[in-house]
Design a protein around this ligand. Sequence first.
Ligand code: CP
Length: 310
Amino acid sequence: MNPHSLVSIADLTKEQILHILDQTRYFEDHQGLKILDGKVVATLFFEPSTRTRLSFETAANRLGARVIGFSDANTTSSSKGETLKDTIKMVSNYVDVIVMRHYLEGAARYATEVTDIPIINAGDGSNQHPSQTILDLYSILKTQGRLEDLTISLVGDLKYGRTVHSLIMAMKYFNPNFNFVACDELRMPEEYKQFCVQNGIKFTEHKDFSADVINSSDIIYMTRVQKERFSDIVEYDRVKDLYSLRNSMLVNSRENLRILHPLPRVNEINCDVDDNPKAYYFQQARNGLFARQAIICNALGIDILDYNNR
Ligand code: CP
């Protein structure tokens, strides 16, 4: 495995996470750096994406790299039966780093075992979405001024939502107080609750998205119910609209509250929240550009903070 791969947020130490956040800040403050001239980045998306793919591609392009790849595996030789292993080995012949999203949990880890070039996991099934976590942490840090000792409410699809799974793992370093708000069908899986217990992370489970939860939160992290993970569409229809945030629910919320969402949203945040200064999800997505510049550079062994001191 290439040591610069980013497969799971759990592979990073606290120091490494903080360093990537410093690099992210640097990229936000210094746009237009052409430090990846001559590099080629592949974006292999076996699942749909808007933000992750386009922000990775923009991040690479703005740094001077070239991008190849696909956003629909049906247009590739995967549709003729080529295996993931062969696809990764082929693409490795052409590029310096692979960004990949796949519907199978563990696909990115597997890819690291069949190539020597760095792999960046852009989401594998319901498992991990580490680049999203970096931009989420950056958004929390920017809006709260700290990562420590925050009350964070995760709302919606906590079963299939890989963004919340990754975020919990990263927050183990920062003494969070979590509210997990979900119906029985979409509760936080046992393995992540066990992770919290083992790492001394405080959490409370709720079925109601109550005023008490909202008014005691520093961050509300809404999530979409992941239709594509359901085998039974009737069950999806039953739970899809259970949690929806409206502007009127925020009247007594904390001044510092910020509302995050990895996006895309469906019905879980009403459009009347968009103009509330506490809504931060569109800026959050913008932060992804800078976070992904830091992540691509790290994968290529370039530390922008050292690079500029040379
Ligand atoms: N947040 C996120 O992963 O969005 P996309 O699915 O559009 O990439």
